[in-house]
Ligand binder design. Structure first.
Ligand code: ZN
Length: 422
């Protein structure tokens, strides 16, 4: 009996180690963290599967986690990307309507000359950030040109701001200067349009109002008393709006779920129509509950055709330049994969693992290098690659593809793609 393509019952899990790929590191004897880590399960996937390397968006282009995730879900990020802010907001459970302009924000510390001293206000705890966010949301807006705003903190120093009013634009610069030691920069219109000018004006007024509210706030007075940096400024950046993309369910006729704690990635997945599954203990930090996420993935596979499991931790370690931690986190991801391999039905499930992009421990930034990819599963064409890392996967049967191709490859394995031509 032939396998009925569209009712194959086949499923797929895609595991993403955020920023897991890297360049050679001197302290690791010029190995990459993936090469240095003990990772039997990652190797098992490579050994029993097909490997390759993938350019996240385009060769040499360092992508953000948002554009990289869009690509991993099969979208052409260069065409559909509409700014980071909206994804961050959607992923935080805030409804973003068409026309709303959303910004990513940080609680930050500035001195009296508005020079940034700490872009994360000492990685402020959620408890303090929540109190400050509530206070900001209560600010009255008579002066603010009849616009409505929503402000919500997400994880630690991160927050989102939505401005709602007809006739806004995302063509505005950032208020966040991006570097410590620089003064906050007034938001400027990036186009000569009344919409961009109006948006810039509203954001500048809001930032001033927020600053006034925060600098006198009791939470900040208490923080100073305890020797903590006050969160006395909101730095906003990345104006965005909801992207116009077709949900995965419509494109492939599949049910999909996302397991990940990072608001940005959750936002991209939500915009792709995926079900967001909340996992207790999943934090988007190196301290996340790896096993809880793994178990939730196995559970989600029972009711979904495609599960996207995202682990933010290796990216955090890379941005901190923490070599030892990055290697350890890769080893933790390896244990997650070991558990997955032992607990999914390998006769009907494809398991793919990759990184959304390279985050270099040396530059502490996202880089444009390709990332390793390996897929194992029931009908996979095995190649000779036996280890999962940047160098070995480059010799694999997938050769060099783009992240955008991966979803189509997986959907073809699941029998969900349609024939092109007669
Ligand atoms: Zn990322």
């Amino acid at each position: 009996m032939p396998l009925k393509r569209r009712e194959s019952g086949l499923k797929a899990v895609l595991v993403i180690g955020d920023g897991m790929a890297d360049r050679p590191v001197k302290e690791l004897d010029w190995k990459t963290p993936l090469e240095a880590a003990h990772k039997p399960s990652l190797n098992q996937i490579a050994k029993t599967g097909i490997s390759g390397i993938m350019d996240p968006v385009s060769p040499g282009l360092p992508p953000g986690s948002d554009t990289a995730t869009l690509a991993l879900l099969g979208y052409d990020a260069l065409k559909v990307y509409s700014g980071r802010g909206a994804f961050e907001a959607i992923g935080s459970g805030i409804e973003v309507l068409p026309g709303d302009v959303a910004f990513r924000c940080n609680f930050a510390t500035v001195n009296k000359n508005l020079v940034v001293l700490d872009r994360r206000a000492g990685r402020i705890a959620n408890k303090d950030a929540s109190k400050l966010a509530e206070s900001i949301q209560k600010i009255k807006l008579e002066k603010l040109l009849d616009s409505e705003f929503l402000f919500k903190n997400t994880i630690q120093h991160r927050a989102v701001l939505i401005i709602r009013k007809p006739g806004l634009s995302i063509a505005v610069s950032d208020f966040d200067p991006g570097n410590v030691g620089e003064k906050v920069s007034d938001v400027k219109p990036l186009e000569n349009t009344s919409e961009a000018k109006l948006t810039a004006k509203i954001v500048n007024e809001l930032m001033q109002e927020f600053h006034k509210n925060l600098k006198e706030h009791p939470v900040n007075k208490e923080r100073v008393k305890c020797g903590l940096p006050p969160a006395n400024m909101i730095l906003c950046r990345g104006a965005g709006t909801v992207p116009n993309i077709k949900p995965l369910s419509q494109m492939y006729g599949i049910s999909t779920a996302c397991i990940g704690a990072t608001p940005l990635v959750r936002g991209v997945c939500k915009a792709a129509g995926m079900k967001l599954i909340d996992v207790k203990g999943a934090t988007g930090t190196p301290q996340t509950d790896f096993m809880a996420k793994t178990k939730a993935t196995i559970q989600a596979l029972k009711t979904h055709d495609f599960v996207f499991l995202h682990v933010k931790a290796p990216d955090v370690a890379s941005h901190d330049g923490n070599i030892k931690q990055k290697v350890e986190l890769i080893e933790k991801i390896d244990r997650m994969l070991g558990y997955l391999l032992g607990n999914i039905d390998v006769d009907s499930t494809y398991l793919a693992v990759t990184a959304d992009h390279t985050t270099s421990l040396v530059t502490r930034s996202h880089e444009g290098d390709p990332v390793p990819i390996a897929i194992t599963g029931p009908y996979i064409r095995r190649d000779d690659v036996e280890e999962f890392n940047e160098r070995k996967c480059a010799k694999g049967g997938l050769n060099r593809i783009k992240s955008m191709d991966l979803m189509y490859i997986l959907m073809n394995l699941l029998g969900k793609t349609k024939k092109f031509g007669a």
